[in-house]
Design a protein around this ligand. Sequence first.
Ligand SMILES: Nc1ncnc2c1ncn2[C@@H]1O[C@H](COP(=O)(O)OP(=O)(O)O)[C@@H](O)[C@H]1O
Ligand SMILES: [Mg+2]
Length: 247
Amino acid sequence: MRASPGCFITFEGSEGSGKSTQIRRLAVRLRRNGHRVRVTREPGGTPIGRKIRHLLQFSRAGRAMAAETELLLFGADRAQHTRETIGPALARGEVVISDRYADSTTAYQGAGRRLGRGFVECLNRFATAGLKPRLTFVLDLDPEEGLRRARKKTRRTDRMEAQRAAFYRAVRAGFQRLARTEARRVKRVDARAGVEEVAARVWALLPAKLQKPAPHRERGARRKRRLDFLENTPRMKRRSPTLERRT
Ligand SMILES: Nc1ncnc2c1ncn2[C@@H]1O[C@H](COP(=O)(O)OP(=O)(O)O)[C@@H](O)[C@H]1O
Ligand SMILES: [Mg+2]
């Protein structure tokens, strides 16, 4: 996939590690800075993906799913997500933040289910058309603690959450390995800290161009010019018919 003007950021980590929480906060802060932000997730970032998500997570049919089928369904979801949602948003210059992406498959299906690293990598490349995030945050947390946090939120346990502890340890190790082998892109963030502290660490790791206000936010800039104009215009004059006709 071609290089594009936007910026692609992903959050990874086990269930309950704080991905959704951090993504919400980051999106708010970036938007306040004038950046156009698109928040999305896997599985389920497209209409097709939402059907796949249901199959993968809560459908009764999913209970009998083979590991290979699971891998391909995540791949199918990602192929659609990359082409229908992420690629076009990046081409428009948006900041795209995805809750999980290809690294989840490396960790869950590769390390967790031991489906063969070579094939998983190959499938990831195929599904993503070679698109890689500019930056990936791995929120690293003891999986037991993550599940405790997640269960406080909802009682419903999905198919992936019902796995054994050994599976989750392997997944965590898979994410940690990525942070070592792709250290430039993948940043491990200790997720035991409080929400504010994790958010501050995430912010500090962002590319400088995102930490600064967006340089060419047309609409915002125009609105600011109009407000300046109104503030500098005496009240009576502002109501005058001449001025109204002109606007
Ligand atoms: N740093 C944190 N410390 C304590 N609790 C947290 C923290 N971050 C998130 N939580 C809580 O843990 C639960 C799971 O967080 P969430 O963001 O949904 O995780 P994920 O999206 O990774 O599954 C939520 O109830 C959330 O409020
Ligand atoms: Mg979440």
